[in-house]
Write a protein that binds this ligand. Sequence first.
Ligand code: GDP
Length: 444
Amino acid sequence: MVLDDLGSSLRGSLDKLRGKSRISEEDVDEIVKEIQRSLISADVDISLVQELSDSIEERALEEEPPAGTPARDFVLRIVYEELVDLIGDSTELPLEEQTILLAGLQGSGKTTSAAKMAWWFSTKGLRPAVVQTDTFRPGAYDQAKEMAERAEVDFYGNPDNDDPVEIARNGLEETSEADVHIVDTAGRHALEDDLIDEIEQIEGVVEPDTSLLVLDAAIGQGAKDQAQQFDESIGIDGVVITKLDGTAKGGGALTAVDQTDSSIAFLGTGEEVQDVERFEPDGFISRLLGMGDLSQLAERVERAMEQTEIEEEDWDPEDMLQGQFTLNDMQKQMEAMNNMGPLDQVMDMIPGFGSGIKDQLPDDAMDVTQDRMRRFQVIMDSMTEAEKEYPKAIGQSQIERIARGSGTSEEDVRQLLEQYKMMEKTIKQFQGMGSEQEMQRMMK
Ligand code: GDP
């Protein structure tokens, strides 16, 4: 998660303010130092750090907290507002016909982001097309085509043509039925003049409504020059930050946003086409500060439910309240959980969870849980339908067979059955809780 360090260290120093109603100069000083330290270690440009910390310091010392506001909430509010101010609104991308040009260095995640963004627009009811003009990187065509297929969007590229400008022109014509065009361009390891020439020519042909700079979240100080050069040649309207699943930094991307006076459009959080989030500054910063992001969480839950493809007549969570809770029910629940994405990302979105509880868990706790869920899935795949419906009838000989069939150990199978028993007990408790309405409320 971007600037993860800022989130946890800031929470630490803010927690020291708990219970206080007045803030001393020392308190402010300590918090501002903490903010500076984490921003610098996250690779945010030094002058930007200074600017941000100065305004936080000034406001915390000069503004009068509204009556009854605890010191912690007051400072948190100021930090939040200043960060919102720095990061600004999300890049404007109306849900209508448009052309988007992607720029960035090789490996930054352009091709992946093109497919992800196309997928995102398709979930909004639009018809996107990806046009691949990267003739420089071997394999770019195949990769883009395959990802566009996975995203189920239109695609144009031509591996036999080595003129990217012509490909761009043909691509827009060939995909004229689409309403959102996302044009991927070639990158180089470094910014070279021919790359700049090429992208300027493509820009001239494509006439994009929006040009986005794609940046790897791990990029450090180099972001500034890159952002400046692309901005001078084609004009950058927004930034896509990729690989947020793999880094605690991301400061370079913030520097780029500041440098180009632009904003963040999308965040990439994994290698799959669905691993993309439209940037929402409020939610993003709330998450950063450990305040949770309920809107993203709600969206993920909704998407997970769709992906799990729970047919109403097939499986209704409320059935569990009426009668038997079976292993099939448990499997569906786990699938829905899995579809929500990595557990630690989901936990960051739950208010109060991101900060307190998660920090206290051992680092590998999340992996263990996900590994375990995966193992349970494999085990359940080796069970017969009758076993899943009546798990109580599973005896030693079945346990041996299931372990063998699923390539797991008997201990693993027993663990699953234990887990099932625990869940069944919880459900029974719900069932004993009185009115049906009450139960449904609890289940939700
Ligand atoms: P391009 O050269 O700019 O087109 O970059 P690619 O789209 O080919 O991405 C380079 C590598 O980064 C590929 O291996 C991608 O799978 C990977 N990648 C891109 N975006 C993400 C992301 O958000 N998370 C992770 N983990 N990997 C990503």
